[in-house]
Design a protein around this ligand. Structure first.
Ligand code: C5P
Length: 276
């Protein structure tokens, strides 16, 4: 009897694990067909949920960051998730002592089950290793999908002078490469980088390391304050796995049409990865 109970428990555990894995597979497949995360940069839940609903069929995922999270917390994120059911990129750029970042990764994974989330590579090896272990542990303990961890290397708002002021004498590309390599060694799944760094990082870090690029602008959209930009197709061709695009979609008169237009421009790279 006891053996049967144990078998049933093992079977149940296997089923929930398979369910969590199937969620990750479904989300990855959505993002293969459409690698665009729309950045939802607003503190307003109503605006964010309305935008999410409009984009449900034309982007691969949604990115919510510090502005939204600071105003609305996990409950606000859950409201946006209900409106679209798209994979979530939680961009909170954690940077603290290892124990605190590990706790933050656990809390976020449990509360909103993100597909991916960010931390600052400048937090160092111990912090990134603790975060990677926390992501794996929480996935097993709570049977939730393991979030991909993405390190931010050098903010794209930084130039060489900004680096020097913070005590780093190397060039921006050298520091990006150094921190990306450290992130990979520490068990992190990929980095957020400028599309102009994508080719170098793909070459130096290898094929499995995820590259996520903001600073992407379709030829027909305004650059806004982004300085070093590429078109969506150029960024993917340079080696990006996922793109983050905000204002060209969220600020368009018809966000659904703008994101559909971007998806169409990406067909040369997405059609080859879409399962038949
Ligand atoms: O509107 P836009 O397409 O410029 O939005 C880009 C998004 O990517 C914003 O949410 C911004 O905070 C984020 N981001 C960025 N550059 C980085 C990291 C994140 O633009 N290096």
């Amino acid at each position: 009897m006891r053996a049967v109970t144990r078998d049933n428990a093992a079977l149940a555990a296997q089923n929930v694990t398979s369910f969590a894995e199937s969620v990750v597979m479904a989300q990855s497949s959505t993002l293969l067909k459409n690698p665009v995360f729309c950045a939802v940069d607003t503190p307003d839940v109503g605006k964010a949920t309305a935008l999410a609903a409009k984009l449900a069929d034309t982007v691969g995922g949604l990115k919510l960051g510090l502005e939204f999270f600071s105003a609305n917390g996990p409950k606000g994120v859950q409201q946006v998730q209900k409106a679209s059911d798209l994979p979530l990129f939680l961009d909170l750029k954690f940077h603290d002592i290892p124990n605190t970042v590990a706790g933050a990764v656990r809390s976020a994974a449990a509360a909103v089950k993100p597909f991916c989330m960010t931390l600052m590579a400048a937090g160092g090896r111990a912090m990134m290793e603790a975060a990677a272990k926390a992501a794996t542990d929480v996935a097993h303990e709570l049977i939730v999908p393991r979030p991909l961890l993405l390190a931010v290397t050098v903010l794209t708002s930084f130039d060489g002078d900004d680096l020097l002021e913070t005590g780093v004498s190397g060039t921006v590309p050298d520091q990006v490469r150094r921190l990306a390599e450290l992130a990979k060694l520490s068990g992190i799944d990929g980095v957020v980088c400028s599309p102009l760094e994508a080719e170098m990082l793909r070459r130096d870090l290898g094929p499995g390391f995820k590259l996520v690029t903001p600073g992407v602008r379709p030829a027909w959209a305004a650059a806004n304050d982004q300085k070093r930009i590429m078109t969506p197709l150029e960024a993917m061709t340079a080696g990006a796995d996922y793109l983050v695009i905000g204002r060209p979609i969220s600020g368009a008169d018809d966000p659904g049409a703008a994101s559909a237009r971007i998806a169409l421009e990406l067909v040369p790279v997405t059609s080859s990865t879409t399962p038949a």
